[in-house]
Design a protein around this ligand. Structure first.
Ligand code: FES
Length: 126
């Protein structure tokens, strides 16, 4: 299986791993087929900017690389802008993923969208 250098870099040196202090949006998503799980922690400021974000992923290399890349791509962005980050955008930013691993990029983007939607619902933002 061929992974790009970027995928290998994010897999071997994942960014934003662990739990940030005082997250105000958290989401967990799992893949029932492989059993992999990702948990995302976000701290969103009153202006809607993602001040900090981190992840804990119990999963395959591609899931870890896409989690890492997702956090890097949305840190410092407004939540509405962050919602434009989909699994395809993340995979593209990594230079592509093998077809059999495309589903792995679901976890991080799904968790990101879930966390933001729950945050918006909690604070009545539309
Ligand atoms: Fe489960 Fe990649 S094999 S997320």
């Amino acid at each position: 299986m061929n992974y790009t250098e970027k995928v290998m870099d994010h897999f071997l040196h994942p960014r934003n791993v662990g739990k940030i202090d005082n997250p105000n949006a958290v989401a967990e998503v799992g893949n029932a087929q492989c059993g992999d799980i990702i948990k995302l922690f976000l701290r969103i400021n009153p202006e809607g900017i993602i001040e900090d974000i981190s992840f804990e992923t119990f999963g395959c290399g591609a899931a870890i690389a896409t989690s890492s890349m997702t956090t890097e791509m949305v840190k410092g962005k407004h939540i509405d802008e962050a919602l434009l980050v989909t699994r395809d955008v993340v995979a593209e930013e990594l230079g592509g993923l093998p077809a059999s691993k495309m589903h792995c990029s679901n976890l991080a983007s799904e968790a990101l969208h879930k966390a933001i939607h729950e945050y918006k619902a909690k604070y009545n933002l539309h």
